[in-house]
Ligand binder design. Structure first.
Ligand SMILES: Cc1ncc(COP(=O)(O)O)c(C=O)c1O
Length: 431
C-alpha cells in the first residue's frame, strides 16, 4: 500500500485500516468480503445516476474500440460537438458554448481565465479581480484555491493570487437554523458585494464566483432572493457572474443546473462530476454567447484563447457524457430528484431532536447535519458518527463536525429511511 499517496486522506491512518471497494452497482459499493455499503454520497457528489449504469459503460467500451483518442487542439471528433450542443440545450437560455476540461478544478481555473480574457478582449484589461465567498470550495488548482473560502485548504500554499476578495458566507444559525430548503432570511448578505465595490473600484473586478449552494463547505442553500441580488449588482457594474455547479449540476437540485432551479442565469457555469456520472473524468465551462462572441475578435486564423488540456473533449469522456445525458433523460432523474426531495427533507429534519445536532440543512438531494463540537476535540463527533454509519453499512461524509449527504438520484424512499435511521443510531451511540 505504501506507494499510493492518497489525496485528502490521513494516509497513515488509512493504511492502518484501509477502506477498499472492489465493485459497485446501483446504490451500493461492495467490499472485498462481499459486504454491501449503501452509497449516501454518490461517490463524491458525482455518481448521480447510480453505479454501473449499463448504457454508459457500453458507450465507453464502444468508443474505446472505435476512436481511443484525438486531441482538440486544431482537430476534434463529432461527439465533442454533439455533447456541447446537448449541454447547451439543458443549460439556461443564453449559455450556449462549452469549453471542455477534465475536472472541476480545471473548470474553475478555466472560467477565471476566460473571465479575464473576456474583459481584456473588450478593452477592459483593468478588470482582473475576483470576488468569491467564505466557505467556498472551488477545487485545488491555483486559481480555484485562490478563490477558495476554506482556511485549511489555503493555509499551507500561499502566496495565492493576490487580486481576490471574499464575501461572507450566508449561514447564520441564529436566524436560519433548521431551514428547509432556501432560508427565508439572509438575502441582505448579497449587499456585502456593494460594500466590497466601495473598497475595490468596480472597474477592477472581473467576476464574482459562487456555488449556487455551497457544497463541501457545508451545504448552504442560498437565502431566498440572494442570488437574484448578486446577479443584479453584477449587472449594474459590468461584472461577470460565475456559478460553480460542479456539485449542483446534472440534477442534484432537481433541475439540470442550480441556475435553472433558482431561475438566476450566470454568465458562466463550471461543471464536472455528474457530467459523465463520474465514469470518465470530465468537466466543462458553459459560457454565454456574449462572452464567446467577444472573444472571437481578431483575424480568423488566430487562436482566440490560449488555453486547453490534452484531454479536453476526450472521446471516452464525450461518449460517457452523451450516454449519461441519455440516462438522465430516459429515467427522468432530474424530475425524480425534484419529487423525492420532500421525502429527503422530512427524513433529514426528523433528526432534529437527536443528541448533538445543532443544525440541519437540505436542498434537492443534499443535506448537512451540524453537530456540537465535543470539548477540545473538534471533528471527533463528525468522524465517529460517519464511521459508525459505515460500520452500519452506510457511506456518508464527515467533514469536521458536519455530516454531509448527497446520494445518487435513484435513491428510493426506503433507502432514504435506511440512511437517516443509521445516522440516528450513530448519533445516539456516540458521546
Ligand atoms: C464546487 C466545486 N468546485 C470544484 C470542485 C473541484 O472538482 P474536482 O475535484 O473534480 O477537481 C469541487 C469538488 O468537489 C466542487 O465541489
Amino acid at each position: 500500500m505504501e506507494a499510493f499517496w492518497l489525496p485528502m486522506t490521513p494516509n497513515r491512518a488509512f493504511k492502518a485500516k484501509p477502506r477498499l471497494f472492489v465493485a459497485a452497482e446501483g446504490m451500493h459499493y461492495v467490499e472485498p468480503d462481499g459486504r454491501r455499503i449503501l452509497d449516501g454520497m454518490a461517490g463524491l457528489w458525482c455518481v448521480n445516476a447510480g453505479h454501473g449504469q449499463k448504457r454508459i459503460i457500453e458507450a465507453i467500451q464502444t468508443q474505446a474500440a472505435k476512436l481511443d483518442f484525438v486531441s482538440s487542439f486544431q482537430m476534434s471528433h463529432p461527439a465533442a460537438f454533439e455533447l456541447a450542443k446537448r449541454i447547451a440545450e439543458i443549460a439556461p437560455d443564453g449559455l450556449d458554448h462549452v469549453f471542455f476540461t477534465n475536472s472541476g478544478s480545471e473548470s474553475v481555473d478555466t472560467a477565471l481565465k476566460i473571465a479575464r480574457g473576456y474583459h481584456r478582449a473588450r478593452g477592459q484589461a483593468s478588470r482582473i479581480r475576483f470576488i468569491s465567498r467564505a466557505r467556498a470550495y472551488h477545487g485545488m488548482g491555483w486559481g480555484g484555491l485562490s478563490v477558495s473560502g476554506i482556511v485549511r485548504h489555503r493555509r499551507d500554499f500561499g502566496p495565492l493570487l493576490p487580486e481576490v476578495d471574499h464575501l461572507p458566507h450566508t449561514h447564520d444559525p441564529e436566524h436560519a437554523a433548521f431551514s428547509r430548503g432556501q432560508p427565508q432570511w439572509g438575502a441582505h448578505f448579497a449587499d456585502e458585494l456593494t460594500k466590497l465595490l466601495q473598497i475595490h473600484d468596480p472597474s477592477t473586478i472581473a467576476a464574482v464566483i459562487v456555488e449556487p449552494v455551497t457544497g463541501s463547505g457545508g451545504v448552504l442553500p442560498p437565502p431566498v432572493g440572494y442570488l437574484e441580488r448578486l446577479r443584479s449588482i453584477c449587472d449594474q457594474h459590468g461584472i461577470l457572474l460565475i456559478f460553480d455547479e460542479v456539485i449542483t449540476g446534472f440534477g442534484r437540485l432537481g433541475a439540470a443546473f442550480g441556475a435553472n432551479a433558482f431561475g438566476v442565469t450566470p454568465d458562466l457555469i463550471t461543471c464536472a462530476k455528474g457530467m459523465t456520472n463520474a465514469t470518465v473524468p470530465m468537466g466543462g465551462v458553459i459560457v454565454s454567447g456574449k462572452i464567446y462572441e467577444a472573444m472571437m475578435a481578431g483575424p480568423d486564423s488566430a487562436v482566440e484563447l490560449f488555453h486547453g488540456y490534452t484531454y479536453s473533449a476526450h472521446p471516452l469522456a464525450c461518449a460517457a457524457a452523451l450516454a449519461t445525458l441519455d440516462v438522465y433523460q430516459d429515467l427522468d432523474l432530474f424530475g425524480r430528484a425534484r419529487n423525492i426531495a420532500r421525502v429527503w427533507e422530512n427524513a433529514a429534519h426528523s433528526l432534529k431532536d437527536c443528541p448533538h445536532v445543532v443544525d440541519i440543512r437540505n436542498i434537492g438531494l443534499l443535506c448537512a447535519i451540524d453537530l456540537r463540537c465535543r470539548n477540545n476535540a473538534p471533528a471527533a463527533r463528525g468522524t465517529e458518527c460517519a464511521n459508525r454509519c459505515y460500520e452500519d453499512g452506510i457511506l456518508i461524509r464527515g467533514s469536521g463536525d458536519t455530516l454531509l449527504l448527497s446520494p445518487p438520484l435513484i435513491i428510493t424512499e426506503e433507502q432514504i429511511e435506511t440512511v437517516f435511521s443509521a445516522v440516528r443510531r450513530a448519533l445516539q451511540a456516540i458521546d
